[in-house]
Design a protein around this ligand. Sequence first.
Ligand code: C5J
Length: 230
Amino acid sequence: MLTIAAARPSPYTFDLPSTALLVIDMQRDFLEPGGFGESLGNDVDQLRRTVAPLAALLADARAVGLTVVHTREGHLPDLSDCPPAKLLRGAPSKRIGDPGPNGRILVRGEYGHDIIDELVPLPGEPVVDKPGKGAFHATDLDALLTARGIRSLLVTGVTTEVCVHTTVREANDRGYECLVLADCVGSYFPEFHRVALDMIAAQGGIFGWVADSAQVRAALPTTPVLQPSS
Ligand code: C5J
């Protein structure tokens, strides 16, 4: 068992075979100009600070053979999986399905929908496409994790108070123990980021635990102990 002693609100204990690194929606549509994030009026540069620590954590997780799962938010080309209310978000002509510099906004298969180059999934790492904010809604994520015996999730990605928070709440209700890595999750709104993390760890860890990626990286073994995830 590994322990992150400095986690909030209390030490977080996990073992490698039953733990996955979950990388939520690190897509061009959220992190680069011209995508869904910017179409909603956001400064996409706010999310860039997550990339370097997450890339370092990903490298260490892969080196020990930890299960790594990526998610992508997006919709079918005919938008049949997009609720009407969601289609109305954003400035007219820059809404989901509209053409943008990175292809149709938040549509599966488009350049903007894919994961940024720095964090591109390796062959064999599951990529879960999700139509909602939560990664468990209308996906096979729960079955995929259960089949691998995963009970603990190291949660990273964007945005802290939207898809990360929704996913952590869903995971918590399903019995997963979530450690959210503060420097590897990001928001367009620094205040929302701070409060969202506080909400997770408040009330004795009502949704989970919070720590920094350096604490996890320091706890990981330096040699492979697990078969690479498949
Ligand atoms: C948003 C997400 N913010 N991945 N999606 O719309 O957080």
